[in-house]
Design a protein around this ligand. Structure first.
Ligand code: NAP
Length: 262
C-alpha cells in the first residue's frame, strides 16, 4: 500500500476534472483517473509530473451496475482510496415543455444515480478505514433552479440531499463531504449539454466562455477539500445569487424572470 494520499477523480478527461487531476498530482497525490474517453485520460496522465503514481480506470456513470467491480479495481490499484472526487456530469440546455422524459432520466441517471452507485460501492472501504472524503461537484444550480436546466438542477439538488444525509450518518466513521458549487467555468460543459431530444448542444455558451479558468476552479477545489469544508461556492459574481435566493427570494425570482442567461 502506498504512503501517498490517493484521490480517485471521475470526469478527469476534461474541464474541471482534468484541472483538478493536475492540481492534486502537483501536490504529490497518487491519482486514479476515470471517465469514458481513455485516450483523453492518457493525455492528462502524460501531463502529470510523474506517471508512476497515476492510474487510469475507464468508467461510464450510466452503468450503475458496474460500480461495485470498478470500485474494487480502483482500491486494488494503490491498496486504498482516501478521497473520491465525484466530478463527472452532463448539463442541459432545454425548456421543460420541450424536453423528452428520457432526457430528464438520463441526466438523473448519470449525475445522480451513477454518483450514488459509486458512493455506495466505496462506502464500506471508507467505513472499514474509519476515514474517507467525498468531494462532490454540484453547481450553483444545486442551490436554485434557472431556465433551460430543469433536470440538471434537479440532479444537482438531489446530490445535496444525499450527501448532507451521508455526512450526518457517517460523522462517527470520520467520513467527510465537501459539496462544491461552481458557477460559470470555461469548460466544454455547454458544448456537451443535452438538448430537448438528447442530442448535445455543440455550442459554447457566452457565460461559460467568459467564465473562470478551470485551473482557478481546481485550486479552489483543492483548498476546500484539504480544509474539509462542508460546502464551497466557486466562480465570479454569479455566486452572490445563492445569498440573494436565501435572504431575498422574491427579489431573486424577479431578477431570474428577466435574466437572459440560456
Ligand atoms: N463548467 C461549468 O460552468 C460548471 C458549472 C457548475 C458545475 N459544473 C459541473 O462540473 C463537472 C465537470 O464538468 P466540466 O465543466 O468540466 O465539463 P466537461 O468538460 O464537459 O467535463 C465533463 C466530464 O464528465 C465526464 N462524463 C460525462 N458523462 C460521463 C459518463 N456517463 N460517465 C463517466 N464520465 C462522464 C466527461 O468524460 P467522458 O466524456 O470522457 O466520459 C468529462 O470528463 C460536472 O459535474 C458539471 O455539472 C460545471
Amino acid at each position: 500500500m502506498t504512503d501517498q494520499k490517493v484521490i480517485w477523480i471521475t470526469g478527469a478527461s476534461s474541464g474541471i476534472g482534468r484541472a483538478a487531476a493536475l492540481r492534486f498530482a502537483n501536490a504529490g497525490y497518487a491519482l486514479i483517473l476515470s471517465a469514458r474517453d481513455l485516450e483523453a485520460l492518457e493525455e492528462v496522465k502524460a501531463q502529470c509530473p510523474t506517471s508512476d503514481h497515476v492510474k487510469i480506470l475507464g468508467l461510464d456513470l450510466a452503468k450503475s451496475e458496474e460500480m461495485p467491480n470498478k470500485t474494487q479495481e480502483a482500491i486494488a490499484m494503490f491498496g486504498k482510496i482516501d478521497i473520491l472526487l465525484h466530478n463527472a456530469g452532463i448539463s442541459q440546455r432545454s425548456l421543460i415543455k420541450e424536453t423528452a422524459l428520457s432526457v430528464d432520466r438520463k441526466l438523473m441517471e448519470i449525475n445522480f444515480f451513477g454518483t450514488v452507485a459509486l458512493t455506495k460501492a466505496i462506502l464500506p472501504h471508507f467505513i472499514q478505514n474509519q476515514q474517507g472524503h467525498f468531494g462532490v461537484v454540484s453547481s450553483l444550480v444545486g442551490k436554485f433552479g434557472t431556465p433551460y436546466r430543469s433536470a440538471y438542477a434537479a440532479s444537482k439538488h438531489a446530490l445535496h440531499g444525499f450527501f448532507d444525509t451521508l455526512r450526518a450518518e457517517h460523522f462517527q466513521d470520520h467520513i467527510t463531504v465537501t459539496l462544491i458549487c461552481p458557477g460559470f467555468i470555461r469548460t466544454n460543459v455547454s458544448i456537451n449539454a443535452l438538448t430537448a431530444d438528447g442530442s448535445p448542444l455543440n455550442e459554447m455558451d457566452e457565460a461559460q466562455e467568459k467564465g473562470m479558468k478551470p485551473e482557478d476552479c481546481a485550486e479552489e477545489i483543492f483548498k476546500a477539500i484539504n480544509r474539509k469544508k462542508e460546502e464551497v461556492l466557486i466562480g465570479g459574481k454569479e455566486t452572490y445569487a445563492v445569498y440573494l435566493k436565501r435572504f431575498f427570494p422574491t427579489l431573486f425570482s424577479k431578477i431570474l424572470n428577466k435574466a437572459k442567461v440560456r
